[in-house]
Every structure is written in C-alpha cells, then in structure tokens.
Ligand binder design. Structure first.
Ligand code: NDP
Ligand code: PYC
Length: 339
C-alpha cells in the first residue's frame, strides 16, 4: 500500500487553481475545471479527481487548446436542441454556460438535448447529470475519447473509453446516478494501476500482439477491451455515433488523429439528454416516484447497493472530516506542476 497524504478541502481547490492558472488557463476555465476536480476528489473518484490536473496541464502544453476560449451558445431556434461551441476550450465552461438553457428547454418540451462541440474533454460525467437531477430532471450524458478500445472480436483501438452517465431525481434523497466507461476499465484507472505497480485483472486489455495482458503498460500500448463483450461494444459504438457524427463532431479515431500524438485530453463533442418526468408521468408524479423508490428498496433489501452510494458516502465522510487522501506519489507530482 503506497503512502497517502491528507489534503484539506480548501487546499484541493487552491492547488488546482494554482496549477491550472500556472499552466495557462484563464480564470473562468481554471475555476470550472477546479470545481469539477474538487467534486470528484471529494467523492473519492481517484481516476478523475486531482490526478486529472496532470492531463489538464498537458492539454495546454500540447498547443491545440485555448485556455481562454469563451463558450458560444447558438441562438435559440425554438427546438429542444441547444448547441454550444467550446471553441477549443475545455468542455466544462461550455456545459456550465448552457445548462440553464437545457433545463429550461427540458421543462418546456419534456425532452431536450445539449450538444457541446469542439471541446477538449477530460472529466467524469456524473456531476453534470447529478446537477440535472437536482433540478428535478432525469438525464444522460455521453462522450467519445481516443481510439484505445477494440470492438468485440477485433484487436485494434477503434472506440474511446466512452463513458455513459445516467441520473434519476429522488424526492427525499440525493439522485440515483451511475457513470461508467464502456471499456472494462477507464484509461485513468489503468494509469493508476501502473503507478501503483499493480497487475490488471484479465479481460481488461490485450497487448500489441493481441494477447491478453495484465501488465498496465502493455495494456496502454495495446488495446483496451469493452465491458460485457459485444454488449459493451455496441453501447460504445452508440456513443461514438450520438456524440460524434450526430452532433457534427469527431469520433474517437478522429480525435486521436487530431492530437497528432502530442498528448493532452481528447478533442471532440459531448451530448447531454434530459427528461422532465412531470411531462411523462400522467400527473401521477408522487405515485410513480414511490414505485421507483420501491425498486431501490428491493435492491437494498438484498444486500446489494445502489450506484452512487459509495460516492455519496465518501462525500459525507470527506466533508465531515474536512480532508481527502491522495497518494504521496501523486501529491509530489502535483507539487512539481506548480508554477
Ligand atoms: P466505476 O467502475 O468506478 O463505476 C461505475 C459505476 O458503477 C459508478 O456509478 C459506481 O457507483 C457504480 N458501481 C460500482 N460498483 C457498484 C456496485 N457494486 N453496485 C452498484 N453500483 C456500483 O467507473 P469507471 O471506472 O468505468 O469510470 C470512472 C469515471 O471515469 C466515470 O466518472 C467516467 O465518467 C470517467 N470517464 C471519463 C471519460 C472521458 O472521456 N471523459 C472516459 C472514461 C471514463 P459509485 O460511484 O458509487 O461507486
Ligand atoms: O479514463 O478513459 C479515461 C478517460 C479518457 C478521457 C478522460 N478520461
């Protein structure tokens, strides 16, 4: 077990802002990225918390991202679709800027979508769908990434790690949320295994020659695998299509080609889709919500847990004690990124 360091919550924010502004992000992007990193670290999402400051800094260094780009929301065309052009900035400021329009459009139409175009993207999706659920909406979010993942039956990186997130609003509890890569492991998770010197489980990746591997570096050099064989592969393909060609943006293969091996976060689009239950539930919101709660109770009654339960427990624990824990190695690396 590697040594860990305790970081006070205010220090998580301060360290993030200092590294991000030092790397070249303008104040608004730095704030949006630091907020996302804070939320992930508070929930003990190690693969997409403070660890992601490294790739954020690399993204500016690679020379293709604009650390000051301001989101441009397309004029309202009266439909349920909102588009926002990130202008080669990180995605988060654009999502933040367009979220009020997405909520308003969802309440108006019952279903609405937000397409974010031309963004660099490094982050977890759950905070975005959790925010939509906090506004009383059910929501989904999807993004491609880089072509690291082989389709079922194939051996070459074609799909991204393509996360899919879903949130369901609850009256008397925090929203039910899940958010997972459609690859067996997120790339960030493999990177953490490599740093910790731990072997991967079998079924996560194949090496350059297409042989199963448990070596994280061989996995990073070879091809990752989808979860659930052909089922995860089909979901990953769907995400490529909905968050790529459908919204006039890049697939994971195209994003990888765009990066020219220079490193940093993938560059592509993102789609969020939101539903207003009040427009679907026939005026029986309370009864239908109770039915959803009975489903959750049945899951818990069997000793199983709900997705997001671990995160919410971590959030409560870390908020109460006022600090988070990260590995000593990561802490040293972050100190090295300070200007
Ligand atoms: P995990 O495997 O850690 O978790 C997947 C989901 O399943 C979580 O919602 C988790 O809830 C839930 N879960 C886990 N175990 C159980 C269980 N036993 N019972 C019920 N639910 C469970 O996710 P990944 O490693 O695949 O992804 C981590 C993050 O990486 C995601 O937030 C994702 O958005 C991000 N990512 C981002 C990418 C990008 O391109 N931007 C690409 C790939 C991943 P809980 O959180 O409570 O444990
Ligand atoms: O962990 O797979 C990943 C990932 C890709 C882009 C951001 N995170």
């Amino acid at each position: 077990m590697s040594e860990t360091v305790k970081l006070e919550l205010a220090e998580v924010k301060r360290l993030s802002l200092e590294i991000l502004t030092g790397a070249g992000f303008g104040a608004r992007h730095a704030e949006a990225i630091a907020n996302m990193i804070y939320r992930c670290q508070l929930d003990d999402c190690q693969s997409h918390g403070l660890f992601r400051l490294i790739i954020s800094a690399q993204t500016i260094k690679a020379g293709k991202a604009d650390g000051d780009a301001l989101p441009v929301i397309a004029p309202d065309d009266g439909t349920a679709v909102t588009r926002v052009d990130a202008g080669k900035g990180m995605s988060l400021l654009s999502v933040e800027a367009a979220m009020p329009r997405l909520i308003e459009k969802t309440r108006e139409h019952g279903v609405a979508a937000l397409a974010v175009n031309r963004c660099f993207h490094f982050s977890a999706l759950w905070p975005e769908v959790e925010d939509l659920a906090a506004a009383g909406l059910a929501a989904m979010a999807m993004v491609p990434s880089h072509a690291w993942v082989a389709p079922a039956g194939g051996s070459r990186g074609t799909f991204g790690t393509n996360p899919f997130a879903f949130a369901w609003p609850r009256r008397a509890a925090l929203p039910l949320v899940f958010d997972f890569a459609t690859s067996a492991f997120a790339r960030g998770e493999i990177e953490l295994y490599k740093r910790a010197g731990k072997p991967l489980p079998i079924g996560v990746a194949v090496d350059r020659d297409g042989n199963p591997t448990t070596d994280p570096q061989a996995a990073l050099n070879g091809a990752m695998l989808t979860f659930g064989g052909h089922k995860g592969s089909a979901l990953s393909l769907m995400i490529e299509l909905l968050a790529g060609p459908m919204i006039d943006d890049l697939t994971s293969m195209e994003s990888m080609a765009f990066s020219e091996g220079k490193g940093g976060a993938p560059y592509h689009g993102e789609i969020l889709i939101a539903f207003d239950p009040a427009k679907f539930n026939g005026g029986r919101g309370v009864e239908n919500d109770e039915r959803a709660e009975r489903l959750f109770a049945e899951i818990l009654d069997q000793g199983a847990r709900l997705p997001s339960q671990r995160r919410y427990e971590a959030r409560a624990r870390n908020t109460e004690r006022g600090y988070v824990e990260i590995s000593e190695g990561l802490h040293q690396e972050l100190i090295g990124l300070l200007p």
